[in-house]
Write a protein that binds this ligand. Structure first.
Ligand code: SF4
Length: 224
């Protein structure tokens, strides 16, 4: 191995570690550097958005049946060697608050502001992903791909008549903030989080706060 290839290897490891620490500094509860080959892409994850049909299907450009296909995601992931995977944790009293799903469906805020609080946590995930991508670009990694959690319509276009990209075919209103979510791309977030050693719980619309330990909103940046 030549001296230059050894120093490149050291640079990459150091840069990935700096990105991992940056995720923590910006609000992630945990962050790990993983080989891109550990990103699990499973078509059944995207199917979960469609059967039964998620309320956001056909209403957000990043959500199934729109957004990247499983084949496109597999091809994208195969072009990378390393990724930073992180989670933002949310108290179960917020993410599994009683009747929260009713307020989501009705598109109104609840009196205890749990929906607003949860939205803030989703925005944090979108923001960390963009911060990591920008930092990686400044390190010379120009072709990163970033993924957040959930849909981007609720946090960014809630007060708009709809997703502009879907309605008009024009550009997204918030390209500096919006990303597809890991799950909308068919990434098996649960298995990846478990592999990272994080406690993770499925949380459905009728969950009670006492029945789940905490919520996890995960994000991923494919770096190089
Ligand atoms: S941020 Fe708004 S316009 Fe952009 S993709 Fe999401 S919902 Fe559509």
């Amino acid at each position: 191995m030549s001296v230059s290839s050894v120093s490149t290897e050291v640079d990459i490891k150091g840069n990935l570690e700096a990105l991992r620490k940056l995720a923590l500094a910006r609000g992630a509860h945990d962050a790990v550097v993983i080989p891109a080959s550990d990103v699990i892409v499973d078509p059944r994850v995207r199917l979960k958005c469609l059967i039964p049909l998620c309320y956001m299907a056909l209403r957000c450009d990043h959500c199934p049946p729109d957004g990247y296909s499983v084949e496109e995601v597999r091809e994208m992931v195969s072009r990378y060697q390393w990724a930073v995977f992180y989670r933002v944790t949310v108290k179960s009293t917020i993410i599994a608050a009683r009747n929260l799903s009713d307020y989501v469906s009705a598109r109104i805020f609840d009196p205890k502001a749990n929906l607003l609080n949860l939205g803030g946590n989703y925005i944090l995930v979108f923001t960390i992903t963009k911060i990591l991508q920008k930092k990686a670009a400044s390190m010379g990694y120009a072709k990163t791909s970033g993924f957040a959690a959930g849909n981007c319509r609720d946090p960014f276009c809630h007060f708009q008549p709809g997703c502009r990209k879907l309605m008009t075919g024009n550009n997204c209103r918030h390209p500096e903030l919006s990303s597809p979510s890991m799950e909308s791309c068919g990434m098996d977030v649960y298995s990846m989080a478990a592999r990272a050693g994080w406690d993770i719980y499925p949380i459905g619309g009728r969950c009670e706060p006492e029945s789940v330990g905490r919520g996890n909103l995960c994000g991923l940046v494919l770096v190089t």
